[in-house]
Design a binder for this molecule. Structure first.
Ligand SMILES: Nc1nc2c(ncn2[C@@H]2O[C@H](COP(=O)(O)OP(=O)(O)OP(=O)(O)O)[C@@H](O)[C@H]2O)c(=O)[nH]1
Ligand SMILES: [Mg+2]
Length: 241
């Protein structure tokens, strides 16, 4: 018997949410991978429905990491800056293609003096969100260093990367166009998916987290299927040799 309350109705995903910019996205498929859809229909998703996927959010101080998580998880926005000390986390439960899927969103500190505490929590992430401020080019320049540090604790070949520009409401259209061009280049180099959001207005926030949850889910199901298949091949090998 499940002790968890049902998933909120506005956390149900039936179709793959689309990327923000086709030039810098993890994949351009419009629907979930057919193997994933089939596995979900046949309830062959193994442990995916019971596991909690870890997502870490990193980036310079004051770029808006905490506000981004709070806008999505609590639908609130605080205009006063309160530095994150070390780390904080929020849980979000989704239902994707009928399968329960939980994300643990780790909000880390950008301030130098709290960084060493925060970095001890980087390990074991399924996805890394590297945040920068769309009105501050230096925060975009620092994203590569944030990524390098986060990847020291994670497997670069399996972790999903997202480069997220924040405070869209504060940038003028011309300033925005300029920084977005650079951000797309950085995202491509990192092999990350690019998004821009505003936690003040909420623009793109829900779309971003739904995409993040869905791609993390898709990757987890594919990994689970691969594990099951290699186990099956192992059984055959054991049986005949
Ligand atoms: N206008 C506007 N302000 C924002 C937005 N997001 C964050 N801010 C403001 O930027 C400041 C810093 O936001 P935080 O979310 O605390 O930044 P942080 O990245 O968590 O900072 P650290 O915890 O120190 O790493 C606060 O004053 C927020 O109100 C946004 O989308 N629009
Ligand atoms: Mg913070």
């Amino acid at each position: 018997m499940s002790v968890l309350p049902p998933v909120r109705r506005d956390r149900i995903v039936a179709e793959l949410p689309q990327c923000f910019k086709k030039e810098a996205c993890l994949h351009t498929r419009e629907i979930f991978h057919s193997m994933v859809t089939r596995a979900c229909k046949q309830q062959r998703t193994g442990t995916v429905g019971f596991k909690i996927s870890k997502i870490i959010v990193v980036g310079d101080l004051s770029v808006g990491k905490t506000c981004l998580i709070n806008r999505f998880c609590k639908d609130t926005f605080d205009k006063n800056y309160k530095a994150t000390i070390g780390v904080d986390f929020e849980m979000e439960r989704f239902e994707i293609l009928g399968v329960p899927f939980s994300l643990q969103l780790w909000d880390t500190a950008g301030q130098e003096r709290f960084k060493c505490i925060a970095s001890t929590y980087y390990r074991g992430a399924q996805a890394i969100v590297i945040a920068f401020d769309l009105t501050d080019i230096s925060s975009l320049e620092h994203t590569k260093q944030w990524l390098r540090e986060a990847l020291k604790e994670n497997d670069p070949s399996s972790v999903l990367l997202f480069l997220v520009g924040s405070k869209k409401d504060l940038s003028s259209p011309s300033q925005y166009a300029l920084i977005e061009k650079d951000a797309i280049m950085v995202a491509k180099e990192m092999q990350a998916e690019y998004w821009s959001v505003s936690s003040l207005t909420g623009e793109n926030v829900k779309d971003f987290f739904f995409r993040l949850a869905s791609l993390t889910f898709e990757t987890s199901v594919l990994a689970e299927l691969e594990k099951t298949n290699s186990r099956k091949i192992g059984d055959i090998v054991r049986k005949y040799f």
